[in-house]
Design a binder for this molecule. Structure first.
Ligand SMILES: [Cu+2]
Length: 261
C-alpha cells in the first residue's frame, strides 16, 4: 500500500524523523517549526534593519560619495548580478522543501503505528473499538467487553493502544487532546489511530464534530493504568455484547451484539 516514494521516506525517517509517542513526535514538529521560523525571522528582520541603517538618509555611504541608493523609479541592481536574489531563493527553497519532506515523513510514522520494533511500547498492542453514538462514546475490547455508556476507556501504560474508530449513527470525531489523537468516526467505516500513554493518569476525550444538540456533552475519560493493574481489571471483564446462548434460545437475544465465537 505504501508507494515507492513512501518507502524512500520511511528509509529516510529511520534516521532523521523522530520516533516516540504521538505527544513526543508532535512536540518535535512544533519545536522544529518554531526554531526554523525564529531563525528565518531573525535573519530577514536583521538584514532589513542592517540595510535600513546602512542606507539611511545622510548616512555613511552618501557621505563617502559611493551612494548605492537607487534614485526614484530606478530598479536597484544590487551590484552582484542577482547573486543575492539567487542565493535567497535557493536558501528558502531548500528550507521549505526539506521541511515539507521531513514533516511528511514524520506524519507517515504517525499515520502508521510504531510497529513491533520500537522503543515506546512493550508487548502486543491493545485493540479498542471506539463507537460514536448520539451522544456518548462506547469502547469495546477484544474479549467483547463493552463500556456501554460509562464513557471510560481503560488502557495500560507503555503499551500501544490501537483504536478502531467508527460510528453507530452520524459523523462524529474522536479526539484525546492529551495524547494528540483525533480520528473520524464514520458509520460503516473504520478509522485507525494509535497512542502510547507513557504515564498513568486521566486524559479527557471528546467529540470534535458537531453531531447534534448534545454534541458538547459527548465526552469520555481515558484512564491510563499500570500494566498489571490493567491486566487485573481486564481479566475481570466479560463479553457483554454477544448474546448468551440461553438468552438467544429464550428469544431475548437482541442487543445488537456481533458474534465473537
Ligand atoms: Cu459526536
Amino acid at each position: 500500500m505504501i508507494s515507492i516514494g513512501g518507502r524512500a521516506l520511511l528509509a529516510l525517517q529511520s534516521g532523521l524523523v523522530p520516533r516516540g509517542t504521538r505527544v513526543e513526535v508532535f512536540s518535535r514538529i512544533y519545536d522544529v517549526f518554531l526554531f526554523l521560523g525564529t531563525v528565518v525571522g531573525v535573519v530577514v528582520l536583521g538584514y532589513m534593519c542592517w540595510n535600513a541603517y546602512k542606507y539611511r538618509e545622510g548616512g555613511g555611504h552618501a557621505a563617502e560619495g559611493d551612494d548605492e541608493r537607487p534614485s526614484l523609479g530606478e530598479v536597484p541592481t544590487g551590484g552582484g548580478k542577482g547573486k543575492k536574489l539567487f542565493l535567497s531563493f535557493a536558501l528558502s527553497a531548500i528550507i521549505v522543501i526539506s521541511l515539507i519532506l521531513w514533516t511528511y515523513g514524520t506524519l507517515l510514522y504517525v499515520e502508521a503505528s510504531p510497529g513491533p520494533d520500537n522503543e515506546v511500547a512493550q508487548g502486543d498492542p491493545v485493540e479498542v473499538k471506539v463507537i460514536g453514538h448520539q451522544f456518548y462514546w462506547e469502547f469495546v475490547y477484544e474479549n467483547g467487553y463493552s463500556t456501554k455508556g460509562s464513557g471510560v476507556m481503560r488502557v495500560p501504560t507503555d503499551r500501544e493502544v490501537e483504536l478502531r474508530v467508527t460510528s453507530a449513527d452520524v459523523f462524529h470525531n474522536f479526539g484525546i487532546t492529551g495524547q494528540r489523537v483525533k480520528a473520524d468516526a464514520i458509520p460503516g467505516h473504520t478509522t485507525d489511530a494509535w497512542f502510547v500513554a507513557d504515564e498513568t493518569g486521566n486524559y479527557s476525550a471528546a467529540c470534535y464534530e458537531l453531531c447534534g444538540q448534545q454534541h458538547s456533552y459527548m465526552t469520555a475519560t481515558v484512564v491510563a493504568m499500570e500494566p498489571d493493574e490493567y491486566e487485573q481489571w481486564y481479566a475481570n471483564t466479560t463479553d457483554n455484547t454477544t448474546p448468551t446462548p440461553t438468552a438467544t434460545e429464550a428469544g431475548h437475544g437482541g442487543g445488537g451484539g456481533e458474534s465473537h465465537a
